[in-house]
Design a protein around this ligand. Structure first.
Ligand SMILES: Cc1cc2nc3c(=O)[nH]c(=O)nc-3n(C[C@H](O)[C@H](O)[C@H](O)COP(=O)(O)OP(=O)(O)OC[C@H]3O[C@@H](n4cnc5c(N)ncnc54)[C@H](O)[C@@H]3O)c2cc1C
Length: 273
């Protein structure tokens, strides 16, 4: 099937993108790598009058290091993260996650910002950014605003982005040299979206002990604190978390519980070594 006709505009700057998005009565939409949007247009699940392509905007394709964080432009592709083009502030977590997204052709075009703005509950960056407590930088007619990932993700395919706003960058905290992480997921076939995701980040020196359960019907669930993680190391503790998350199906419960068990085990193994 072919998409309904639309006007395609390639923005050269965020200011130009903002102007193009203020389209009066026209329905205008941003596109990044088009890996999620194009199939939806082709199936006519989405119809637009104008597409504003932001994937070529230089400021969205860059990255910058601060003392505490790495600011990653929204149009940075999964492949560039996989290839280690960005400074590794997460002790390998970001390249590891990027390499597991879909397959190379999708990673060559799909962007970090597009994935987060799309907010598919099964998307890898959605769970990863929840684990890291990342900050989203949004730009609109009233200027730039910073939104914590927990406030940005409002539900499946729903975010705090307004129609006239762009996601311009994502700020990821630097992990300390003592930090340990694990990222586990189960997919029916390589290259497919995950059916269950579990991620863990611990850094005793900084008092960080966190786990995320992702690929749920809604936004990822976050478990915070050493005591909470200790409880999750037991089968009854994991079962309670699954109950609280409203996961009833026996097969789904098994997948999530097993991914969590393995992720917590990974982190323990490293600490014991
Ligand atoms: C076969 C296949 C397998 C896949 N497997 C996985 C997988 O295993 N794991 C995974 O995480 N993902 C997977 N994906 C999704 C892939 O990662 C996409 O790249 C990603 O979801 C969307 O990124 P994009 O840049 O292509 O966004 P687009 O498709 O261009 O846009 C998606 C949405 O985000 C909005 N948007 C894009 N950029 C911005 C911006 N800067 N500001 C505001 N809004 C914006 C668009 O308006 C649209 O609503 C898969 C995709 C395919 C086609």
């Amino acid at each position: 099937m072919k998409p309904a006709p639309f006007e395609y505009c390639r923005a050269g700057s965020t200011a130009q993108a903002a102007t193009l998005l203020r389209a009066g009565d026209l329905l205008a939409k941003v596109c990044g790598g088009s890996q999620s949007l194009a199939p939806m247009l082709n199936l006519r699940l989405v119809q637009v009058d104008r597409l504003v392509d932001v994937s070529g905007i230089e400021s969205l394709r860059g990255f910058a290091l601060t003392d505490h964080a790495l600011r990653i432009g929204a149009a940075v592709t999964h492949a560039r993260i996989e290839d280690g083009e960005l400074p590794d502030v997460t002790r390998g977590l970001l390249p590891h996650v990027a390499a597991g997204i879909a397959y190379r052709a999708v990673r060559n075009r799909g962007t970090l910002g597009g994935s987060l703005a799309h907010a598919d509950p099964a998307a890898d960056w959605v769970s990863t950014m929840c684990l890291l407590g990342a900050t989203m930088l949004l730009a609109g007619p009233e200027g730039e605003r910073r939104v914590a990932v927990g406030d940005f993700l409002q539900g499946p395919f729903t975010t705090a982005l307004r129609d006239d706003e762009l996601l311009v960058a994502v700020e990821v905290p630097r992990l300390s040299a003592a930090a340990r992480w694990s990222y586990r997921k189960v997919c029916r076939k390589p290259g497919e979206f995950a059916e269950a995701i579990a991620a863990v980040w611990v850094d005793p020196g900084q008092g960080i002990a966190r786990a995320v359960m992702g690929s749920l019907d809604g936004v990822p669930q976050l478990a915070d604190g050493e005591d909470t993680l200790a409880a999750l190391k037991t089968a009854p503790g994991r079962a309670r978390w699954l109950d609280d998350a409203g996961i009833e199906d026996a097969y789904e419960r098994e997948m999530h519980a097993e991914m969590l068990r393995r992720a917590l085990q990974d982190v323990n193994d490293v600490s014991a070594a």
